[in-house]
Design a binder for this molecule. Structure first.
Ligand SMILES: *[C@@H]1O[C@H](CO)[C@@H](O)[C@H](O)[C@H]1NC(C)=O
Ligand SMILES: *[C@@H]1O[C@H](CO)[C@@H](O)[C@H](O)[C@H]1NC(C)=O
Ligand SMILES: *[C@@H]1O[C@H](CO)[C@@H](O)[C@H](O)[C@H]1NC(C)=O
Ligand SMILES: *[C@@H]1O[C@H](CO)[C@@H](O)[C@H](O)[C@H]1NC(C)=O
Ligand SMILES: *[C@@H]1O[C@H](CO)[C@@H](O)[C@H](O)[C@H]1NC(C)=O
Length: 460
C-alpha cells in the first residue's frame, strides 16, 4: 500500500500544483523591453498634451502601477509586456497637443495591434507618413483608425500596403487627397475599409474584387470618378456598401446581384444612369437602399417590391417615370419611402396604406393623380411625415381629410373623382364636368326631397 501511494505521490503533487494555478495566466514578466518603452515615451512626448507622462508613469503597463490612459498592453511569449493598443484624442484617452504630428514611430512597436487617432490633428498640418517597407511588414497592426482630423493632409501612402495584418482601416473625415493607392486592394485581410469624407480622386479600380473578406466598404463623400467596377460583385461577404456623393457614372453593374449579404446600399449623389440590374431582387438581405439624386431617368423597377426586408427606400430626385409599382405594397417592413422630385404618374397604389411600419412617406413633386387612397387613421399616424404636395392631379377624399393639411386639394366631389390624367383632352373633361353638374343637381333634388319629407313628418 505505501509503495502504491508513493508511486501516486508525484502525480498528486503535480495535479495540486496545476490546481493552485490561477484561472488566468499572469504575465511572468512585469516589464516592457527598454527599447519599446523608450519608443512609447517618445510617442507620448510628441503627441500628448500631458507633458509629464514619462515622470508620471515611469513603468509602462507594469502590474500594480497606475492605469495608463490611452495605452493597453499584453504579455508576450517572451516574458515581457508589450504595447498592444494606443488611443489618442477622445477622453479618457490623452488629448493631442496642438503641435502633434502623425507619429510614424507607432510602426516601430512590433506588438501594436490597434491605433486610434480621433479628432487629434486639428491645427498643425501633418501627413500620413510611414517608415520603410521593412519596418511596416514586421508590424502586427490589425486596426488603424484616423478619424476626424482636419489637419491630416496629403496622400494615402502606397506603402500602407505593407501592413499585411490590417483588418480595419479607417481614414474617414480627414483631408487626404490623391487617388486610392492600388496596394490597398492587396490587403486581403481587410474586413472594414472606410475612406469616407476626404478629397480622394480617381477610379475605384477592379482590384477591389481582391478584398474577399470585406464586410464594410465606405468611400462616400470623395470625388471618385468612372464607373462602379463589376468586380464589386466578388465581395461576397459585403454587408455595407456606401459610394454616395462621388462623381460615379454609368449603370449599377449587373454583378451587384451577387451581394446576397448586403444590408446597406447607398449610391446617392452620383451620376448613375440607366436601368437597374435585372435581378436586383436577389439582394434579399437588403434593409436600406438609398439612391437619391442620380440621373437614372428610368421606370421604378417592379422587382424592388420583392426585397422583403427593406426598411428604407429612398429614390428621390432621379427622374423616375411611370407609375409607383403595386409591388411596393409588399414591402411590409418599410418605414421610409422617399420618391419625391421625380416624374411619377398615375394613382398612388392603395396598398401603400396597408404598410403598418411606415412613418415617413414623401411623394411630393411628381405628377401623381387620382384620389389619395389613405384612410384617416393612416393620415393621422404619419402626420407631418406624409408629403404629397406638388402633385396637382391628386385630391383628398373629404371624409378622410379631417382637417389635416397635406398640401393636397380636397376632391371636388368624393363619389365622382375619376383618375384625372394630366394629358386629358378638353373633349374628355367636358363630359366629366357635365356629369358632375348633373350629379350636383340630383343631390340637390335628393336633399330637397328629404327636407320636404321631414317637413311633412313634423307637420303631421
Ligand atoms: C494634396 O494636397 C496638397 C496640399 O494640401 C498638395 O500640395 C498636393 O499637391 C495634393 N496632392 C494631390 C495628389 O492632389
Ligand atoms: C389592404 O388590407 C386590407 C385588409 O387587410 C385588404 O382587404 C386589402 O386588400 C389590402 N389592400 C391592398 C391593395 O393590398
Ligand atoms: C419631401 O421632399 C421635399 C423635397 O425634397 C422636401 O422639401 C420636404 O421637406 C419633404 N417632406 C417631408 C415630410 O419630409
Ligand atoms: C370617400 O370616402 C367615402 C367614405 O369613407 C367612401 O365611401 C368613398 O368611396 C371614398 N371615395 C373614394 C373615391 O375613395
Ligand atoms: C359633392 O357631392 C356631394 C353629394 O354626393 C355634395 O353633398 C357635396 O356638396 C359635393 N361637394 C362639392 C365640393 O361640391
Amino acid at each position: 500500500m505505501p509503495s502504491l501511494l508513493l508511486s501516486f505521490l508525484p502525480l498528486l503533487t503535480l495535479s495540486l500544483a496545476l490546481l493552485s494555478l490561477p484561472a488566468k495566466p499572469q504575465p511572468s514578466g512585469t516589464t516592457m523591453p527598454d527599447e519599446e518603452s523608450e519608443t512609447l515615451f517618445r510617442i507620448m512626448n510628441s503627441m500628448s498634451s500631458d507633458q509629464d507622462w514619462r515622470s508620471s508613469y515611469p513603468n509602462p503597463c507594469s502590474p500594480g502601477s497606475l492605469s495608463w490612459p490611452g495605452v493597453e498592453c499584453k504579455p508576450g511569449d517572451d516574458n515581457y509586456i508589450h504595447v498592444s493598443r494606443l488611443d489618442f484624442g477622445t477622453p479618457p484617452n490623452p488629448s493631442c497637443k496642438t503641435t502633434a504630428k502623425f507619429p510614424d514611430l507607432i510602426f516601430s512597436l512590433p506588438f501594436l495591434q490597434s491605433a486610434f487617432f480621433f479628432n487629434c490633428f486639428t491645427e498643425t498640418r501633418t501627413t500620413l507618413s510611414v517608415p520603410s517597407a521593412g519596418l511596416l511588414s514586421s508590424s502586427s497592426l490589425q486596426q488603424l483608425s484616423l478619424r476626424s482630423n482636419p489637419a491630416l493632409i496629403g496622400i494615402i501612402p502606397p506603402l500602407i500596403s505593407s501592413l499585411k495584418s490590417l483588418q480595419v482601416l479607417t481614414l474617414s473625415q480627414n483631408k487626404l487627397n490623391g487617388s486610392i493607392p492600388p496596394g490597398i486592394f492587396w490587403l486581403t485581410s481587410l474586413v472594414h475599409l472606410d475612406l469616407s469624407y476626404n478629397l480622394l480622386v480617381g477610379m475605384v479600380p477592379p482590384q477591389i474584387g481582391n478584398l474577399k473578406s470585406l464586410i464594410g466598404l465606405d468611400v462616400s463623400y470623395n470625388s471618385l470618378s468612372g464607373t462602379i467596377p463589376s468586380a464589386i460583385g466578388q465581395l461576397g461577404q459585403l454587408q455595407k456598401l456606401d459610394l454616395s456623393s462621388n462623381l460615379l457614372v454609368g449603370p449599377i453593374p449587373e454583378t451587384v446581384n451577387q451581394l446576397g449579404s448586403l444590408v446597406f446600399l447607398a449610391l446617392s449623389n452620383n451620376g448613375i444612369t440607366g436601368e437597374f440590374p435585372s435581378r436586383i431582387s436577389k439582394l434579399q438581405s437588403l434593409q436600406y437602399f438609398i439612391m437619391e439624386n442620380n440621373p437614372v431617368n428610368a421606370p421604378l423597377p417592379v422587382e424592388l417590391g420583392s426585397l422583403a426586408r427593406l426598411q428604407e427606400l429612398r429614390l428621390s430626385n432621379s427622374g423616375y417615370s411611370g407609375t409607383i409599382p403595386r409591388s411596393f405594397s409588399q414591402l411590409v417592413k418599410l418605414s421610409t419611402l422617399s420618391l419625391q422630385n421625380n416624374r411619377l404618374t398615375g394613382e398612388i397604389p392603395s396598398g401603400l396604406g396597408n404598410l403598418s411600419q411606415i412613418f415617413h412617406l414623401n411623394l411630393s413633386r411628381n405628377s401623381l393623380s387620382g384620389v389619395v387612397p389613405f384612410n384617416a387613421g393612416f393620415l393621422r399616424r404619419l402626420g407631418k411625415n406624409l408629403d404629397l404636395s406638388g402633385n396637382p392631379g391628386l385630391c383628398l377624399n373629404q371624409t378622410e381629410s379631417n382637417g389635416i393639411n397635406l398640401g393636397v386639394n380636397l376632391c371636388k366631389n368624393d363619389s365622382l373623382i375619376l383618375p384625372l390624367q394630366t394629358s386629358q383632352s378638353p373633349s374628355m373633361i367636358l363630359p366629366i364636368m357635365m356629369a358632375s353638374w348633373l350629379h350636383q343637381i340630383t343631390t340637390w333634388l335628393v336633399i330637397q326631397y328629404v327636407i320636404v319629407v321631414n317637413l311633412t313628418y313634423y307637420l303631421m
